[in-house]
Design a binder for this molecule. Structure first.
Ligand SMILES: Cc1cc2nc3c(=O)[nH]c(=O)nc-3n(C[C@H](O)[C@H](O)[C@H](O)COP(=O)(O)O)c2cc1C
Length: 198
């Protein structure tokens, strides 16, 4: 079984970055990858403020991640970086928590100005956690999201296409792609397309 943990770093109940995460999760599921989602509300604030490494919530997260093949993390851009609450969660992970795992970062910001926030802020953290491979992420601005009547967001086709490519790259770099139900030709096509789009 191939498993990927999804971590949502926005405190918003109605969140654009979490929308990207959910879409990535749906794409992974369509390839037979089992996903498990964590959000900020899964962690009691006291655990984060007092850095309770061994609290039940943090242990559940670290143990789930330890057993997974990859991590997808999504965050809003806050003050030119990722959300502080997300950092508080990542700070409680063991030193080599992403060793042997592939990672993908997704981010949303109010403007394209902080497009590189993922590269200069979040990716170094994933590297510090010893991610085996960090695939090129996806950055979307608020204009890429269309609010729906039910309160959800729909992403533009362009962003959806970028997510497809990013998820394809993640799958290609998972250390244990054994149960991924993706035809090898389709996988090659996605990886090739992703290379061309870089
Ligand atoms: C406290 C705060 C700080 C923000 N700082 C930035 C910023 O520095 N650059 C930017 O492009 N957008 C910034 N934004 C806008 C959010 O990144 C943007 O609306 C994002 O899509 C929100 O994601 P969410 O819906 O998942 O919470 C900020 C928003 C908030 C609430």
């Amino acid at each position: 079984m191939t498993t990927v943990v999804l971590l949502a770093g926005s405190p918003g109940e109605r969140s654009r970055s979490t929308t990207l995460l959910q879409r990535a999760g749906a794409l992974l599921a369509s390839y037979g990858v089992v996903t498990q989602t964590f959000g900020l509300t899964d962690f009691p604030s006291d655990d984060l403020i007092y850095a309770r490494w061994d609290s039940p919530a943090i242990r559940r997260f670290t143990e789930t991640l330890a057993a997974a093949d990859g991590l997808v993390v999504a965050t809003p851009v806050y003050k030119a970086a990722y959300s502080g609450a997300l950092k508080a969660v990542l700070d409680l992970l063991p030193e080599r928590a992403l060793e042997q795992k592939a990672a993908l970062a997704l981010a949303t910001g109010g403007s394209p100005g902080h497009l590189l926030a993922v590269d200069y802020a979040l990716q170094p953290v994933l590297s510090a956690l010893k991610a085996r491979h960090i695939v090129g992420g996806v950055y979307a601005t608020d204009r890429d999201f269309n609010p729906q009547d039910d309160g959800s967001y729909q992403v533009t086709e362009e962003i959806d296409s970028r997510l497809h490519h990013a998820v394809g790259r993640l799958i290609a770099h998972l250390p244990n792609p054994g149960s991924v139900q993706l035809h090898p030709e389709e996988l090659s096509r996605q990886v090739a397309a992703a290379r061309i789009s870089i």
